[in-house]
Design a protein. Structure first.
Length: 179
């Protein structure tokens, strides 16, 4: 026998003698799902921001900020997460964006009375602006997901009312828990 025929006969014997019996069609279960888009929100734990993912595929920027303003879910609160945002004061009136910028306009607050020198800081003092970080990181992440850019490439400008401008921020400026 020639070597080529010998190899062919050997392969035929191996293929038919492998011990696997023919079967009918088998159900393999549900198909693999792969990547499922989520929406990332930032809440507070201690003195840091913590990212949580919600199984919502790319809501609008306004819808994303509405989810943030609704606060953590009961399960997230059990994990110790809270919000630094005040749903009565920190009302998002308008949100717009372009390629790598988000502009958030918050409702203007009435002027707060100044504390007497001996009183110390007022209750709810925001010396650590985690509420601002929540807005910045959530908005930056939402725009980045839609634009396929890094979240830290997004600048978020927050303005309260027509007179007071809070400034422009990037998410990396705020203390965050490792992801």
């Amino acid at each position: 026998m020639k070597a080529g025929r010998l190899v062919a006969v050997f392969m035929l014997l191996v293929a038919t003698g492998c011990g696997i019996s023919p079967t009918g069609v088998l159900d393999g279960g549900e198909p693999a799902v792969g990547f499922q888009p989520t929406t990332r929100l930032y809440f507070v734990s201690g003195a840091r921001l913590v990212a949580v993912s919600r199984p919502l595929p790319l809501p609008s920027l306004q819808e994303t900020l509405d989810l943030l303003m609704a606060g953590p879910t009961a399960a997230e609160r059990r994990r110790g997460l809270r919000t630094g945002l005040d749903p009565e004061d920190d009302v998002v009136q308008k949100v717009t964006s372009d390629a790598a910028q988000v502009h958030i306009s918050l409702r203007e607050l009435p002027p707060a009375p100044l504390p007497a020198p001996s009183e110390g800081p007022p209750p709810g003092d925001r010396t650590q602006p985690l509420w601002l970080g929540q807005l910045t990181c959530t908005a930056a992440g939402a725009l980045a997901a839609r634009s396929n850019i890094a979240a830290d490439a997004v600048t978020v400008t927050v303005r309260r009312g027509k007179r007071e401008r809070s400034g422009s921020f990037r998410c990396s400026e705020f203390a965050r828990a490792p992801e």
